[in-house]
Design a protein. Structure first.
Length: 384
């Protein structure tokens, strides 16, 4: 029994510890800065684009012609990378054909340039990966070459260092695809067309429409708000310490409860051992002795003995039987009546002490025990 009580207390402590350990773990949300992003690696946010459109060369105008009489097809191919949501670069090929005012036919034209790009939408309005329209000016430098023609004779290529600028308007289609509209201008050396003018430089205008494909990892993650994260960790640590303190307090309560249970167990064990050494009540009989010819309980001691027996029987919930006896002096009828009176006297005390079910039996005279005096009695026993 002692082992059972100790096991019960240990199980209670284990259940409490398990309940505390099985708290619902919520997903940790790391605080981030609203308009700040973390720089990605070199392999992130690359793009490739192809545009088609028209070139318009603005050199020395001859014969009173309109500049728009000399449009030529244009092709623009580029590859680049965004280092931040607001700044990126690209390497581009721009060209295909050029139609100058000095030549009747189109000539092959190419312009290789490196551009620095600035996404003003992200710089001024904050980064938004799902923004539909982005406004991106750029400036760059490069080298341009054109096919030099002298009527039917081929004179090779003529070249020029270029200064490039333009505006790119991108329209989001999906995470990786965008439509772009680009308006660009290129400064060329004076006389790039073959005829020198007075402006100091020639110009090439272009308008292009095309697609941009963004590959590898696309987009940026917001940068971590370190002060907010530290505050969150401090709050979580304080909460954990509070839970640990509560758990310690509860464990102390359980320890005290265990000590109380153990103390009660020791008392119960002592009582159990005491009862174990006592004779079973089933085998206990109580004899009450009477004076000669009397049915009155002889003494207060006999009264108390009957009441003690009655209390034990009432707690055990057993049925009692009272048997009245007499000696052999007197007639059989007289002895029978006296025996019944003695049994009833004891039964009344038992009922008054709380025993509800009492059976009365009158035997009358019986075999002598050691003397006639000992036969003048009533015996209380448990009905088995």
């Amino acid at each position: 029994m002692k082992k059972f009580m100790i096991s019960l207390a240990v199980a209670a402590i284990a259940m409490f510890s398990t309940a505390n350990a099985q708290e619902t773990v919520n997903e940790v949300v790391v605080p981030t800065k609203k308009n700040s992003v973390a720089t990605n690696g070199f392999g992130s946010n690359w793009f490739l684009g192809v545009n088609g459109g028209v070139n318009l060369y603005n050199g020395v105008v001859t014969n009173g012609e309109s500049p728009f009489d000399h449009l030529s097809p244009a092709l623009n191919v580029y590859v680049g990378k965004w280092h931040t949501p607001g700044f990126g670069w690209r390497v581009a090929y721009q060209g295909l054909n050029i139609q100058t005012f000095e030549e009747a036919d189109h000539a092959m034209y190419m312009n290789f340039h490196f551009d620095a790009m600035f996404n003003l939408s992200n710089l001024f309005c904050g980064y938004n990966e799902k923004r539909i329209w982005n406004f991106i000016p750029y400036v760059g430098v490069g080298w341009a070459g054109r096919e030099a023609m002298n009527h039917e004779d081929f004179d090779g290529f003529t070249g020029s260092i270029t200064a490039n600028y333009g505006i790119i308007n991108t329209f989001r289609v999906s995470k990786h695809w965008a439509i772009n509209l680009e308006l660009a201008g290129t400064f060329l050396r004076n006389g790039f067309s073959g005829v020198s003018g007075t402006s100091g430089h020639d110009m090439m205008w272009s308008a292009n429409l095309g697609l941009t494909y963004k590959f590898n990892k696309v987009g940026w993650d917001n940068s971590v708000d370190v002060p907010a994260l530290n505050a969150m960790h401090a709050a979580a640590l304080a909460e954990l310490m509070s839970q640990l303190n509560d758990a310690q307090a509860e464990n102390n309560k359980l320890k005290n409860a265990y000590k109380a249970l153990k103390n009660d167990y020791d008392k119960l064990n002592a009582a159990y051992n005491d009862l174990k050494n006592r004779p079973s009540m089933v085998d206990v009989k109580e004899s009450i002795f009477f004076a000669f010819g009397s049915s009155k309980i002889a003494s207060k001691k006999e009264q108390l003995n009957i009441e003690a027996y009655a209390k034990a029987a009432a707690e055990a919930g057993v049925k009692l039987r009272v048997i009245g006896y007499t000696d052999t002096i007197g007639s059989e009828e007289y002895n029978k009546g006296l025996a019944e009176a003695r049994a009833n006297a004891v039964a009344e005390v038992l009922k008054a002490a709380g025993v509800e079910d009492v059976e009365v039996v009158a035997v009358g005279e019986t075999d002598e025990l050691s003397s006639k005096y000992l036969n003048r009695r009533a015996v209380v026993e448990i009905v088995k």
